[in-house]
Design a protein around this ligand. Structure first.
Ligand SMILES: Cc1cc2nc3c(=O)[nH]c(=O)nc-3n(C[C@H](O)[C@H](O)[C@H](O)COP(=O)(O)OP(=O)(O)OC[C@H]3O[C@@H](n4cnc5c(N)ncnc54)[C@H](O)[C@@H]3O)c2cc1C
Length: 425
C-alpha cells in the first residue's frame, strides 16, 4: 500500500462507522500515523436509512465523506478497500489493494445482516444495512407501485402492494410506520386510480411484543400507534421461508408478496485471521476486556457493535446501538494516548443515554432511565436528537428543511427511481 514510511507507530482502524470515526477524531494530536480503511468512502448514519428507503430523504443527506470528516488530522490516511484477513503474528492486514503492517489495530467493522443460515431468505430478501440497500428498497417500492397501477390481474396486484417486514425491532417498526405514512398521505395522490386499501403492511415478530430491546411501555405505545396506522402486527410468528414470491410461516401459513424486507437481526462483521478464542461464535463479536483489547492480544482492539464486553451492568455485552460505539471510540482514543505515553489504561464505562424509536408522523417512544413516554413530545425529541447527531452542518440543514417540507405538505419528495432495482425473479 502506498503510505509514507515513518518512525511513528502506525495505528490502523478498520471501519469508518460511529466507533471508528469517534476514535480517530480524538487522535488529532497523537504522534502516530493513523490509517483508516473502509469499503465505503463515506460514513453512513444508519438510524435514518429507513427514510431513504421510504423516499423521505436523499442518501447524500445521511452519508458524509470520511476524508472530509477527518480533514483536520495531518497524520491521517484513508484507504478505500475491503479488509480480508488479519495476521496477528506478522502484524499485517490483507486488503483488496494490498498488505499493510500495523503496530496497533482497531477493528470497528460493525455488523452485517443475519439471515440465520436461511439461504432462500438471504437470496430473496431486501436487507437495509447500507445506503445502496436502502436505495434498492426505495426503487423496489416505487417500481412495484408502477407495475400495480398497470396490472389488471387482482392477485398479482395484491402481491405487488403487499409489504412484509420481518423483525419488529426499532428498524422494522420505523419502516412500517413510514410505509403507513406513504399509504395515508402520499401514494393516494400519486396513484389516484389504484385502490390504496389493497396496500397491506405486515410486521412479523418472533417474540411476544414489538420493540423487544425497549421497555414494556414503549412496546405498548408503539403497538397502539402502529394499529392506528393500519399496520398488521403478527407477534410470536416465525417466518421460515421466502422464495421471492411466497412467504411461509413456521405454522405453515403462506402470504404472497413482492416486497419482503428483512430486519430480523444482525451478526458481527468479523474478519478472518484471529483465533477462534477471540470470537463469541454465536454472535460473531470479538471478546474484549474493559480496555477493548481483543482476548489474547494487547495490540488489537475492537470497538462498537463488533465488540463484546461483559460488565456487571451489561452481562450480555452492550447493546448494538450508536452510543456504546461512540463512547468506546472516545475511551480508546484516551487509551491509545496512554499506551504511547506508557501510562495505565482506563476501563470503559458505558453511560446509557436512553433509546427511542419513531412510529410515523408525529409519534415516537422514548425510554430514559427514569422516564418512559410516547407521543408528540417524544417525536419532537427524536427529531432533535437525530438532527444533532447527523454528521455535517450541510446534512443537518438539508434534513431539517426536508422534514419541515414533508410535515407541512404531507409529502415525501424523493420518490425517484434513479437506479432501477432488478428483482431476482
Ligand atoms: C437500519 C438501522 C437503523 C438503526 N437505528 C439506530 C438508532 O435509531 N439508534 C441507534 O443508536 N442505533 C441504531 N442502529 C445501530 C447503529 O447504527 C449501530 O449500532 C452503529 O452503526 C454501530 O457503529 P459501528 O461503528 O460499530 O459500526 P458501523 O457504523 O456499522 O460501521 C462499520 C464500518 O465498517 C466498515 N466495514 C465493515 N467491514 C469491513 C471490512 N471488512 N473492510 C472494510 N470496511 C469494513 C463498514 O463499511 C462501515 O463503514 C441502526 C442500525 C441500522 C442498520
Amino acid at each position: 500500500m502506498n503510505l509514507p514510511n515513518t518512525n511513528q507507530k502506525r495505528i490502523v482502524v478498520i471501519g469508518g462507522g460511529f466507533a471508528g470515526i469517534s476514535l480517530v477524531k480524538k487522535l488529532k494530536d497523537l504522534d502516530a500515523q493513523i490509517v483508516m480503511i473502509d469499503r465505503h468512502n463515506y460514513h453512513t448514519f444508519q438510524p435514518l436509512l429507513y427514510q431513504v428507503s421510504t423516499s423521505g430523504l436523499e442518501p447524500d443527506s445521511i452519508a458524509y465523506p470520511i476524508r472530509k470528516i477527518l480533514k483536520e488530522l495531518n497524520n491521517f490516511y484513508f484507504r478505500l478497500a475491503e479488509v480480508q484477513h488479519i495476521d496477528p503474528v506478522k502484524k499485517e492486514i490483507t486488503t483488496a489493494i494490498g498488505i499493510l503492517s500495523f503496530d496497533y489495530l482497531v477493528i470497528a467493522t460493525g455488523t452485517k445482516t443475519n439471515y440465520f443460515n436461511n439461504e432462500n431468505i438471504a437470496k430473496n430478501a431486501m436487507p437495509m444495512k447500507t445506503v445502496p440497500q436502502a436505495l434498492n428498497i426505495r426503487s423496489l417500492i416505487l417500481q412495484n407501485f408502477e407495475k400495480a397501477d398497470d396490472t389488471l390481474e387482482v392477485s398479482e396486484r395484491k402481491a405487488l402492494l403487499n409489504f412484509c417486514i420481518v423483525g419488529a425491532g426499532p428498524t422494522g417498526v420505523e419502516l412500517a410506520g413510514a410505509l403507513a405514512e406513504l399509504k395515508q398521505n402520499v401514494f393516494p395522490k400519486d396513484y389516484k386510480h389504484l385502490d390504496i386499501q389493497e396496500m397491506q403492511i405486515h410486521l412479523f415478530e418472533g417474540g411476544p411484543r414489538v420493540l423487544p430491546p425497549m421497555s414494556e411501555t414503549a412496546s405498548k405505545k408503539a403497538t397502539e400507534f402502529l394499529d392506528k396506522l393500519g399496520v398488521q402486527i403478527h407477534l410470536n410468528t416465525i417466518v421460515s421461508d421466502f422464495d421471492g414470491k411466497t412467504v411461509t410461516l413456521k405454522d405453515g401459513k403462506t402470504l404472497e408478496t413482492k416486497n419482503f424486507i428483512w430486519s430480523a437481526g444482525v451478526t458481527g462483521a468479523s474478519i478472518k485471521g484471529l483465533t477462534e478464542d477471540s470470537l463469541v461464535a454465536r454472535l460473531n463479536r470479538y471478546k474484549v476486556n474493559t480496555f477493548n483489547q481483543v482476548a489474547g492480544f494487547e495490540n488489537i482492539f475492537a470497538i462498537g457493535d463488533i465488540a463484546y464486553m461483559e460488565t456487571v451492568d451489561f452481562p450480555k455485552g452492550h447493546p448494538q446501538v450508536a452510543q456504546p460505539a461512540i463512547q468506546q471510540g472516545e475511551n480508546l482514543a484516551k487509551n491509545l494516548k496512554n499506551l504511547l505515553a506508557n501510562k495505565p489504561l482506563k476501563a470503559f464505562i458505558y453511560s446509557d443515554k436512553g433509546t427511542m424509536a419513531t412510529v410515523g408522523r408525529n409519534k415516537a417512544v422514548v425510554d430514559l432511565k427514569k422516564l418512559k413516554f410516547g407521543g408528540f413530545l417524544a417525536w419532537f425529541i427524536w427529531m432533535f436528537v437525530h438532527l444533532m447527531a447527523l454528521v455535517g452542518f450541510r446534512n443537518r440543514v438539508i434534513v431539517f428543511f426536508n422534514w419541515a417540507y414533508n410535515y407541512i405538505n404531507y409529502d415525501k419528495a424523493a420518490r425517484l427511481i434513479v437506479r432501477p432495482y432488478t428483482t431476482k425473479d
